[in-house]
Design a protein around this ligand. Structure first.
Ligand SMILES: *[C@@H]1O[C@H](CO)[C@@H](O)[C@H](O)[C@H]1NC(C)=O
Ligand SMILES: *[C@@H]1O[C@H](CO)[C@@H](O)[C@H](O)[C@H]1NC(C)=O
Ligand SMILES: *[C@@H]1O[C@H](CO)[C@@H](O)[C@H](O)[C@H]1NC(C)=O
Ligand SMILES: *[C@@H]1O[C@H](CO)[C@@H](O)[C@H](O)[C@H]1NC(C)=O
Ligand SMILES: [Mn+2]
Length: 579
């Protein structure tokens, strides 16, 4: 399925959630959980009563003649992090973990999530919901086949990407169950006044000093790729939020950790349509977009909600629309007739954005230099203060944010800091909270994985340290992780080699002594965009490595119940001189 049920990481599932996505505060360690086997059931105070919500959505299902309804944890743009306004699955189920899929039938309701979230789900969900301790479209579909043995219609909506839909559809082939795309979202229809509002902060243009090219240059570049394409697309449809943000050099703050704004773009050879809430533009930004423009270089603003109708109207002509299936929602894909579709895994914007020009390289490097100053100051401060016993995982992470805040152009963290001492560092997605954290000590290893958003670049770095005497095994494991980081970063390889082909170089030093790590080796990164910027990386569906791409390299080693090690840096692919 498209969204990584594993939330994260470059490892299990490639795309979405990426490298280290993190449970929210309070997700770990609280043991007061529900017990649905007693009569009446035992419910901790943390559960949400979902009875009224469920009966409201079932009424909607009846109105749409649906026997089942799928509620994924995405937004309409397949964003890695989603805004409060889009936390539909969390509101419906009570379960607020960041990865999970819910399905409602007339008689049952269930949530599928991975082991990171089982305890949290049992603390937050009432007994209306079954917890399924599995993930993946295949297991959801086999449940549907049992529950809907007499057939019926399964509804989904604009939250489902083309790739997820394809997977559901393939798994349902040969059954008497019909997948039905509906234009409304049933959760939205029943989520009342308590729903957080759509973010509508101003959308601003980046200053020239922080952009690699003007938006007009980027538009011309994409248009020439349309002309050169064998299938002669007449338009490119952009649905991921970083695609539109990159194309126009515009940013805002709709999504946590990501400086994006809700939008779509339909770019043709003669027009540019930007779907967005236009009240969010200041007169200056409108001028930035359209001052002195002529015909094909003028940006036409259309309301965000108009995108489906506009694409539908556009495809009535003699046109071909180029999309990236990984990010396009099925609800837009389905309005484009097959013969008018030019479908790649990634849009030309995703592919073009992956290669940074020399100015973008300088910008990204400059942001990393300033970021390193903050991290070094933090490490020095830890060295002084940890032996005094005055630092815990949470206060440490807060201080690191504060140090980053003292650097120029900082706007906020690029993901939730993983600040993990001792055995906590062996948990793949650990983040401390104010209430639940561990004191840092000279007797334990400490791992900190963090990053920042700056106007010139996005950063991501992991360091593992020990202020006392590590064991011989810890030293060996650390050394081998470091060897993997160095071996991979010094690798010389043929142009266009896929990351997956060379990924094992980061593991070899560990493999030599029978050790390994259970996550991916790295991911691309943006210029004030996503911290996990696909499709660059080392996974099976990442694109070939090219000069000008940046990738993290982050091997690790984790000893359950004891310690965790990861060393992560961001690297630039450059041309090598060989004999
Ligand atoms: C949950 O809410 C429903 C009404 O919405 C109510 O009838 C029911 O008693 C509540 N359940 C619990 C356990 O409080
Ligand atoms: C509802 O869907 C079923 C197929 O599952 C179909 O047989 C039935 O005619 C539909 N009813 C209405 C009112 O559309
Ligand atoms: C559009 O943005 C304006 C200005 O920020 C805001 O007041 C309004 O609520 C937004 N409209 C929608 C539909 O989000
Ligand atoms: C745009 O593409 C259409 C269809 O390929 C073509 O007929 C038209 O001349 C093109 N317009 C421009 C401005 O290139
Ligand atoms: Mn990373």
């Amino acid at each position: 399925m498209a969204r990584a049920h594993w939330g994260c990481c470059p490892w299990l599932v490639f795309l979405y959630a990426c490298a280290w996505s993190h449970p929210k505060p309070g997700e770990l360690g609280r043991e007061d959980v529900r017990d649905c086997s007693t009569n009446p059931p035992y419910l901790p105070v943390t559960v949400v009563n979902t009875t009224a919500r469920l009966s409201a959505i079932r009424q909607q299902m009846e109105a749409w003649n649906l026997s089942a309804y799928i509620i994924p944890d995405t937004d309409a743009h397949q964003s890695e992090y989603i805004g409060k306004h889009d936390e539909r699955r969390a509101w419906m189920t009570g379960f607020t973990g960041s990865a999970g899929t819910a399905v409602v039938t007339m008689g049952k309701a269930a949530v599928w999530t991975d082991s990171r979230y089982w305890t949290q789900a049992e603390r937050e969900m009432d007994c209306n919901w079954d917890l399924k301790k599995e993930v993946g479209i295949t297991v959801i579909v086999s449940w549907l086949l049992t529950e809907m043995s007499t057939g019926g219609r399964v509804g989904f909506d604009f939250l489902v990407s083309f790739d997820s839909w394809k997977s559901y559809d393939a798994n349902l082939q040969g059954s008497n169950i019909q997948l039905v795309s509906i234009t409304a979202n049933l959760v939205d229809l029943v989520w009342g006044s308590e729903r957080p509002p759509v973010p509508s902060e101003p959308i601003f243009a980046l200053e020239n000093a922080f952009t690699g090219s003007t938006w007009q240059e980027k538009v011309s570049n994409i248009r020439s790729q349309m002309q050169e394409h064998k299938k002669a697309p007449t338009a490119v449809l952009l649905t991921a939020l970083d695609e539109t943000a990159w194309l126009f050099n515009l940013r805002s703050s709709d999504i946590p950790y990501n400086p994006f704004f809700y939008s779509y773009t339909l770019l043709t050879n003669s027009s540019i349509r930007l779907f967005v809430n236009q009240s969010r533009f200041s007169p200056e930004t409108l001028q930035y977009l359209n001052s002195g423009c002529t015909g094909p270089m003028c940006v036409q603003l259309e309301d965000y909600s108009r995108v489906r109708d506009s694409v539908q109207a556009y495809v009535s002509g003699d046109v071909r629309v180029w999309i990236g299936t990984q990010y396009t929602m099925y609800g837009l894909y389905e309005v484009i007739p097959q013969e008018k579709l030019v479908a790649d895994s990634y849009s030309p914007v995703m592919i073009t954005k992956a290669v940074k020009n020399s100015k973008e390289q300088d910008l990204l490097r400059a942001s990393h230099v300033r970021d390193a100053v903050a991290v070094i100051r933090y490490l020095v401060w830890l060295e002084k203060n940890v032996p005094k016993g005055t630092v815990d995982e949470f206060s440490g992470a807060e201080f690191l944010d504060q140090l980053r805040g003292e650097e120029d152009f900082f706007t906020g963290p690029s993901f939730e800091t993983i600040s993990a001492s001792g055995l906590n560092a062996a948990l793949a997605h650990y983040s401390p909270t104010k209430e639940l954290n561990r004191k840092l000590s000279s007797d334990e290893m400490y791992l900190v994985d963090s990053g920042g958003q700056y106007w010139d670049g996005t950063t991501d770095i992991t360091r593992t340290v020990h202020w006392g005497t590590p064991s011989a095994f810890q030293k060996e494991a650390y050394t081998r992780v470091l060897m993997g980081n160095i071996d991979m970063s010094r690798l010389i390889f043929p142009a266009a080699t896929s990351g997956r082909v060379v990924e094992a170089f980061a593991r070899k030093a560990l493999w030599d002594v029978g050790l390994n790590y259970g996550h991916g080796t790295g991911h691309g990164i943006g210029n004030f965009l996503c911290v996990h910027e696909w499709p660059v990386g080392f996974q099976y569906n990442n694109i070939g490595m090219a000069k000008g791409m940046f990738t993290s390299i982050e091997p690790g080693y984790y000893q359950d119940g004891e310690f965790g090690i990861r060393i992560e840096d961001v690297f630039l692919v450059v041309e090598a001189k060989t004999k």
